[in-house]
Design a protein around this ligand. Structure first.
Ligand code: FE2
Ligand code: FE2
Length: 268
């Protein structure tokens, strides 16, 4: 099967890019499943039922999130009712929502279309990250063991800042999951690879939105904050809108990755 993972969708330009570009990418790569990180989809900060609805309507099957989870209070509705919306797994027990999910997928293989299950897992790193969550390594290992009783096709969005933590996390799950792709830094890395035991890995998928700015925001207020230390309102930038992510091909029977290819698609 082939899946597309879309890096952090930033604001209206990011949502527009997904809506406009996803049909073409689906055709071009013969995609069976689409996952997107939506933590910045509402004005650059957080997610609401409305922005999640737009992303689902554009053809995304599952939305993951990260440290911007709580920025919009309407997220509570998603956490309570939307099974296709994931928050980082490693919040304390009792936190609303879920960190993983099992989803049906019809994938095209040598025998034609066959039904299967894909597990999606969302985990947050701890190095240079707020708030401090429970140990992502230990919790992910337990969760992956549980998920593997149902399917070998497992995708992990590891939302983290430090490249060292992300690489160690990918190596930790190598052979246990189909793919580990990082999010959060909004800068796409060029280290896509299949790890020795068959897990596709990319340190960061990048972000989907306006790249003529600072990580999706207008440059001036960000620069002013660095120069003065004073808080600023960070508006979403406008220009050079790109969809960032990765296409991953997975062997249905073994759950191992066959190929990973970075995506950086311009609106024009
Ligand atoms: Fe983000
Ligand atoms: Fe983040």
């Amino acid at each position: 099967m082939k899946l597309l993972f879309i890096g952090d969708i930033v604001g209206q330009p990011g949502r527009y890019a997904v809506k406009t570009l996803l049909p073409k990418l689906r055709e071009q790569h013969a995609l069976d499943f689409v996952i997107a990180n939506g933590e910045n989809s509402s004005g650059g900060s957080g997610i609401t039922p409305r922005t999640a609805g737009e992303i689902f309507d554009a053809g995304v099957d599952v939305i993951t999130s990260g440290d911007h989870l709580w920025d919009q209070k309407e997220v509570m509705e998603l956490l309570a009712n939307e099974k296709r919306f994931l928050r980082p797994l490693n919040y304390p027990a009792g936190t609303p929502g879920q960190g993983s999910g099992l989803f049906e997928v019809q994938s095209l293989n040598s025998k034609g279309y066959s039904p299967g299950l894909i597990a999606v897992l969302n985990v947050q790193g701890r190095t240079f990250m707020q708030p401090p969550l429970d140990n992502p390594f230990l919790l992910a290992a337990d969760e992956v063991k549980r998920l593997r009783e149902r399917t070998k096709i497992i995708f992990v969005d590891f939302h983290a800042e430090a490249t060292s933590e992300k690489i160690a996390f990918g190596r930790f799950l190598d052979g246990e999951v189909s793919a580990v792709v990082g999010t959060h830094t909004h800068v796409q890395t060029a280290d896509e690879q299949i790890l020795p035991r068959g897990t596709a890995y990319l340190t960061d998928a990048g972000f989907t939105g306006p790249h003529d700015g600072c990580l999706g925001r207008e440059i001036e207020p960000v620069m002013k904050k660095f120069l003065t230390g004073m808080p600023q309102r960070f508006e979403v930038a406008k220009n050079r809108v790109l969809l960032h992510g990765a296409v991953i091909e997975i062997d249905d029977a073994s759950g191992q990755a066959i190929r990973i290819q970075r995506v950086s698609q311009s609106l024009i």
